[in-house]
Every structure is written in structure tokens, then in C-alpha cells.
Ligand binder design. Structure first.
Ligand code: ATP
Ligand code: SF4
Ligand code: MG
Length: 333
């Protein structure tokens, strides 16, 4: 079993609901995961599976209302994030936890220079003077591989290419030496060569700075390359979680297996989006009462339509929420 004292982030039974005019949207349905210092957790799952809402819930980055965190514990570096003051939460956001958002153009402010957007958090969170902050800002742009860094501080986001903008986002997220970096599909919009460069950069920075990383992606190839552990999400739940080698060698959940079956083989071009599997995505208008994957699962049996499977341990490096896996292949129940 894992040692809770050795985690930098520990999330238990997180539930986030949107209260909309058309009723409730159960986006996150009891998510639990942990992150140890210096490690990289990959999160994968099809569109709408709750990856972004889970991460935004941690730092209350969602509009509330309509969002409501209904349940759960979020422990970051020994502090209970559900009960810290707004001031402390602001200090943690962009300070101790860096966030690279899914869409760089909505998170970089087009009306401020990149220099200003780097200098502000450095002054706010690190208490640096203007001159110190400008020096550090140039160092950060250099660190993420932007040529001629010092002179680019005065440029606006639209003056950077897509790949360079993504580097700027990473520089901003890294500005205050975060203990945890959360990167939400940071490379999806980029072409393959630039994606590869950003991945190399992250691997390098991780070694240099020793931070823990959560990397959300549709690309299982990326997960295989950079993650230590991986969590597979479906219908706002983690349905399988394992060390990365174990997951690829011994996938247990039919959803994970379907994803892996559609992976391109060595030498084939990598898909930028998660390959789609047959059937409709789940309806999130209710909290799960049965296995939400059942309508798309070729192995579904009676129990799957009556009860929602809990995660059970396959071995200390691997757990899965599936009755078939739990029963060792028997469908008698
Ligand atoms: N403001 C909102 N109001 C209502 N529902 C929302 C809102 N934001 C997100 N949702 C719903 O929450 C669910 C989870 O969304 P989320 O953005 O976390 O998915 P995701 O896994 O990040 O998908 P993607 O891979 O497309 O980024 C989706 O059904 C989405 O429609
Ligand atoms: S619990 Fe049943 S329906 Fe759900 S994934 Fe497992 S076998 Fe399929
Ligand atoms: Mg998302």
C-alpha cells in the first residue's frame, strides 16, 4: 500500500457537479489519486471524461456557481485545500502549483506583454523587486528555449508562434518554482515536431527542477514516453490506474484495452486525438449507479448494470474498477 506521508498531493473522493438550467451535470464522480514529489502522473480519457474539471476543482478555478464541489478531500503539501482561505488559495495558484491550461490563447492575456505576465506572478508570489523580476523573467524564457529571451519580454502573445506561446505558458507556470505543475493537454494544438520539443523540454526541466507533474493528454504514446504512472478516466471516474509499464503490459479495464488496441504500431503516425471507440459517451445527468461503461462494453453482464464497480487492487502498482477483472473473468454474478 502507498505511504500517504510521502505524497505532495492527495485527492480523495472528489465530486464536482454543475448546476445548470437543464439539471445537474455530474462531471467528477469520486476521483481519488495521489502524486509523489518529482513524479509524473499521466491522465488520459476521452473528451468530456472530466480531466480538466478535476484539475480545475483542486484550485477552485471553475465558475462557482454553476460548479459545486460536493464532496472530497484535497490535501496539498500538508494543507487541506478545501478549507484554506481565499488569500492562501491565490498564493498557491500560480505559486506553489503551476497550471498550463488547455488553450494558451484564452489563458495568455492578449493585451499585456509576455514580460508583464511573467513579472506579475514573480512580484506577487516571490516578492521580487521590478528589476529582479525582469531579470528572472528573461531567465525563465531562456530556460524554456525562447531565443533572444531578454528582448522578447516586450512582445505580446500574438507575436509568438504556437509552439513559442506554449513555451511562454510553461515559463509562466514555472515562474515561482512550483512543487506541482499541472499541464492540461499542453501540446495537442502543436505540430508533431514541436510537440516532441516541448516533451523533451519538460523531461529536462523535471530533472533540473525536481517538481511533480500531472500531464493530461489524449496521446497514449506521450504517456508511454514520459509518465511514471497513469490514470484512465471515464465518466468522471478513474477506472484504471497503474505504473505505466504495467498498464501497457497488463491492461485490465475493457475501456483501457480498447484504447490500447487502437494505438498506432511502431513506425505508424501517432494520432493527435484519442482514438474513438464505438458507442456513445456516457450521459452525466446522474451520479453513477452502475458501470457507466456497460452500454459500450462487450463483456457487460448483469452485475455491471446494477452496481458501480469500485477500484480494487490488482497488485500494489495497479488498480481497476471493473467487475469482470475483479472476478477473474467470471460473469456468474
Ligand atoms: N461550465 C460548465 N457547465 C456545465 N457543464 C460543464 C461545464 N464545464 C464542463 N462541463 C461538463 O463537464 C464534463 C467534463 O468536462 P471536462 O472539460 O473536464 O472534460 P475533459 O475530460 O477535460 O475533456 P477534453 O478532453 O475535451 O478536454 C463534460 O461533460 C462537460 O460538458
Ligand atoms: S464492470 Fe462490466 S460493463 Fe463495466 S467495464 Fe467491467 S465488464 Fe464492462
Ligand atoms: Mg479538458
Amino acid at each position: 500500500m502507498r505511504d500517504h506521508s510521502a505524497t505532495v498531493l492527495d485527492v480523495a473522493n472528489l465530486k464536482t457537479v454543475f448546476n445548470t438550467r437543464d439539471g445537474e451535470v455530474h462531471a467528477v464522480n469520486g476521483v481519488s489519486f495521489y502524486l509523489k514529489p518529482g513524479e509524473l502522473l499521466g491522465i488520459v480519457g476521452e473528451s468530456g471524461s472530466g480531466k480538466s474539471v478535476t484539475m480545475m476543482s483542486l484550485l477552485k478555478l471553475l465558475p462557482m456557481p454553476p460548479a459545486e464541489i460536493r464532496e472530497g478531500q484535497i490535501e496539498f503539501d500538508g494543507r487541506d485545500l478545501r478549507n484554506v482561505s481565499d488569500d492562501d488559495l491565490r498564493r498557491i495558484r500560480g505559486g506553489e502549483i503551476g497550471f498550463v491550461f488547455q488553450d494558451p490563447m484564452t489563458s495568455l492575456n492578449p493585451v499585456f506583454t509576455v514580460g508583464f505576465q511573467l513579472v506579475e506572478p514573480l512580484r506577487l508570489h516571490m516578492g521580487l523587486s521590478k528589476a529582479e523580476a525582469r531579470k528572472r523573467a528573461a531567465e525563465l524564457l531562456e530556460l524554456v528555449g525562447i531565443p533572444d529571451a531578454a528582448s522578447r519580454l516586450k512582445d505580446y502573445p500574438h507575436q509568438f508562434s504556437g509552439g513559442m506561446r506554449q513555451r511562454v505558458m510553461i515559463a509562466i507556470a514555472l515562474a515561482c518554482d512550483p512543487k506541482v505543475l499541472i499541464a492540461d493537454e499542453p501540446t495537442t494544438a502543436l505540430d508533431v515536431t514541436i510537440q516532441a520539443q516541448i516533451l523533451e523540454l519538460v523531461k529536462e526541466l523535471r530533472q533540473k527542477l525536481g517538481m511533480a507533474i500531472i500531464w493530461i493528454t489524449h496521446d497514449l504514446g506521450v504517456i508511454a514516453e514520459i509518465a511514471d504512472r497513469v490514470a484512465v478516466m471515464y465518466a468522471g471516474q478513474i477506472v484504471e490506474h497503474a505504473e505505466v509499464k504495467e498498464l501497457f503490459a497488463n491492461p485490465q479495464h475493457p475501456y483501457t484495452r480498447a484504447l490500447l488496441e487502437t494505438l498506432p504500431r511502431m513506425g505508424e503516425a501517432r494520432a493527435a486525438r484519442l482514438p474513438s471507440i464505438d458507442g456513445q459517451p456516457p450521459n452525466l445527468d446522474h451520479a453513477p449507479t452502475h458501470c457507466e461503461f456497460a452500454p459500450r462494453c462487450k463483456h457487460a453482464f448483469t452485475r455491471c448494470r446494477k452496481e458501480n464497480p469500485k477500484r480494487f487492487e490488482v497488485n500494489p502498482a495497479h488498480d481497476v474498477a471493473c467487475f469482470l477483472a475483479q472476478s477473474g473473468g467470471s460473469t456468474d454474478a
